[in-house]
Write a protein that binds this ligand. Structure first.
Ligand code: 3PG
Length: 207
């Protein structure tokens, strides 16, 4: 599990993906690879999520995780389909415990000191800081890092090309999540060359 975190941290970005059709999963994997960012958080917001994770995991080129995971049953579905990490918008002890039982990295959301402390007590040292922009942004992460020196953050929500640098400059930020480089519409329309170009632009901003 620490190695998955290391891979996310070295990628610097976690594309948050909404797939309406599992047939788009493999072409999207190709676009992510072409753009230089072979990582995807496939959200449980559509009926196509589980099959999309299965397709991407079978493709084998992308570090695939599940996002918007709200229940232990969804942890099982995600892991059975091949998800290598599990992201939640908030902190749920049940979800975190099921991830531990299944041997996958849990990345629960936490934005207040109380939430971060609860996650830390459950053995979590990297949290998703979501929704980042409306929860105080980079300044809030900086403030939380003072008492929680061992915690790392994956800010997500409202981040794009214009504010990415504020987050990536913080030592406590492991990686930044976002959907701006994988727009749902472009995927649904099958514009995978455009997606690859947007992914490449996003990667260039991390350098
Ligand atoms: C998520 O689930 O992580 C967010 O919906 C992604 O936020 P963004 O669309 O603002 O990047």
């Amino acid at each position: 599990m620490p190695e998955i975190l290391d891979q996310l941290a070295s990628a610097r970005l976690v594309p948050v993906v909404v797939l309406d059709d599992a047939a788009h999963a493999r072409p999207l994997a190709g676009a992510l690879v072409e753009g230089g960012l072979p990582v995807a958080e496939v959200t449980f917001r559509t009926a196509a999520a589980v099959e999309s994770i299965r397709e991407m995991a079978a493709d084998g080129r992308v570090l695939v995780g599940a996002g918007t995971v709200l229940t232990p049953a969804q942890v099982d579905e995600a892991v059975d389909a091949g998800a290598q990490y599990v992201v939640s918008p908030g902190f749920s002890r049940e979800v975190v415990d099921r991830c531990a039982e299944r041997g996958v990295l849990a990345l629960p959301g936490a934005v207040t000191a109380t939430e971060v402390q609860a996650a830390f007590a459950a053995g979590i040292t990297t949290v998703k800081f979501f929704p980042a922009e409306t929860s105080g942004g980079a300044a809030a992460i900086k403030a939380l890092s003072a008492p929680f020196g061992d915690v790392r953050f994956v800010p997500t929500g409202g981040i794009g090309a214009t504010n990415l640098a504020e987050y990536l400059s913080l030592p406590s930020v492991a990686a930044v999540g976002g959907s701006w480089m994988v727009p749902r519409g472009a995927i649904a329309e099958g514009r995978f060359d455009d997606v690859a170009a947007m992914v490449a632009d996003a990667v260039a901003l991390t350098r």
